[in-house]
Structures are given as C-alpha cells and as structure tokens.
Design a protein around this ligand. Structure first.
Ligand SMILES: O=C(O)CCCC[C@@H]1SC[C@@H]2NC(=O)N[C@@H]21
Length: 255
C-alpha cells in the first residue's frame, strides 16, 4: 500500500478566508463547532485526530478508529434553512473531488442521497448537517480513510462500510485529506453562491448512485419503495412509486 504523506498535497492551496483548527482529541467536532461558533468571523474547519463521542445522523454513534477523518466545517452565514440544507450536496461533491484527486481511478465513487459517499458500493463517508444559533451551519464529515467500522455496529440492511486504504490501496493521513477537501469545498461553495443550486444539482446527478433503480426510503412512520428519478430544486428525492411520484425531503435510503 502506498502512503500519502501529509506534506504531499493533491489539489490546490488552502482556500482564502477559511480558518483551520487542528485538535488532538475532542468529544465531537460538532460539539466543538457549537462551542466555538460564536467567536468565528468566517468559515472554519475543525479537524480532530480522536473523537470520544462522535455521532452520526439520527443520533447514531459514529466510530472513529485511528487514522480516520473527522472534521466539521462551520459556515457562520449559511443563508435560510433551505439554503443551508443544500450544503449537503456541495459537501458531497467536494468529497467526490477529493477522493478522485487522492485515488484516481482506483475506486468507483458515487453519491448516495441524501448524505453519503460510496466507494465500490460501500459507504466511505457520511455528512451530518446541524444548524447553529444565529444562522450558522455545522457540516460534519466522517471519512473511513484507514479503517471501516465493524459491521455489527451498522444498521441491518444499511450500506456496508468500506475504507479508502483497503479499496484504493492508499493510506491518506487526515490532515492531508483536509488539504484536498478544503479547496474542493471552497470551489463548490463559490459555484453555489454565484450560480445557485442549478449547476450543483446537475453535477450531483451526474455522480448519483442508483439513478433509475428501485430503492426503499425509510421515513419516520412508513417505508416507500420506488424508482429513484433524481432530486428536485430543493434537493428532495423524487421517487416513482406505484401510487405516483413522491417528493421526499428526508429519509434513510436502502438499496
Ligand atoms: O453518516 C452519518 O451518519 C454522518 C456521520 C458524520 C460523522 C462526523 S465525524 C466528524 C463530525 N463529528 C461528529 O460527531 N460527527 C461528524
């Protein structure tokens, strides 16, 4: 396996206007973001080498074995809640760019609605959005760079986790990955603030997993199965069910 040293950056320079905090250990970078947000003048990345209480969507525990990537980007001015929610797509596109920059064609990456990145069909990264007081947004990103979580911690039927090291035969240190991800995010964020969601939606759809295929969306009180037709202008999933098309704002998706 090749090791990708922190000093070798795939991609561009650190983006102007973005701050960076590197922590040896914290409870969760999401909690760290909540504590620090009131003092931030501009966007800031918070990267932790260890998390003692990392969490994922719906309050699930998020394992953080050594060598994996755990970071939160705080955007102090993310717009209204609908605009803020669309950052899951800019973040997924940035992750896709960073993975391709680091792995080249050694892996097959795809974006799974709403918030995951897949590598060779397994989950390699998850995104968690949390809004903060005063219109700020925290974007939490967990990437299995060196290890995949143990299978028994994964919900039955969920996409199995994989790691970059095994699938791509490349060990990327977390700080080096941030050096690729941060400029990629800044580029997509510029696109979004300049041109709106249109080009983001198009780019996301070009990289989407299971387009046109049958998937199941698990909502709080029901499950819907249908053909995945894409996403609308609000980032909602469009599912062609036997009862007609459905627009789904939030769900867990199973293949
Ligand atoms: O797929 C998911 O459920 C989202 C996982 C998000 C995990 C990251 S790791 C960095 C940040 N800190 C946390 O406690 N969670 C997010």
């Amino acid at each position: 396996m090749s090791t990708d040293p922190a000093t070798v950056g795939a991609g561009s320079a650190w983006p102007d206007g973005y701050d960076r905090v590197l922590l040896e250990e914290t409870d969760s970078t999401m909690a760290e973001a909540r504590r620090r947000a009131p003092d931030l003048a501009g966007p800031a990345w918070i990267l932790a080498r260890h998390q003692t209480a990392g969490h994922g969507r719906r309050g699930r525990a998020w394992q953080h074995p050594p060598g994996n990537f755990a970071a939160t980007l705080v955007l102090p001015h993310a717009g209204d809640p609908a605009q803020a929610a669309l950052r899951s797509f800019t973040t997924a596109l940035a992750l896709h760019d960073a993975f391709v920059a680091r792995c080249g064609t050694r892996g097959q990456f795809a974006l799974k609605w709403p918030n995951d990145v897949l590598l060779n069909g397994g989950k390699v990264a998850g995104i968690l959005l949390e809004s903060l007081p005063g219109g700020a947004l925290s974007i939490g990103i967990g990437v299995n760079l060196s290890q995949a979580p143990t299978a028994e911690l994964v919900e039955p039927g969920a996409t199995p986790p994989v790691c970059l090291a095994q699938e791509c035969d490349t060990l990327v240190p977390p700080q080096a990955f941030l050096g690729t991800l941060a400029p990629a995010f800044a580029r997509w964020e510029d696109q979004f603030t300049t041109y709106g969601f249109g080009p983001i939606r198009t780019a996301w759809l070009q990289r989407a997993a299971r387009m046109g295929e049958t998937v199941t969306a698990r909502l709080p009180n029901t499950e819907l199965t249908g053909r995945f037709l894409g996403i609308d202008d609000a980032g909602h999933m469009i599912l062609q069910t036997s009862a007609g098309p459905r627009d789904i704002a939030a769900a867990d998706v199973f293949f």
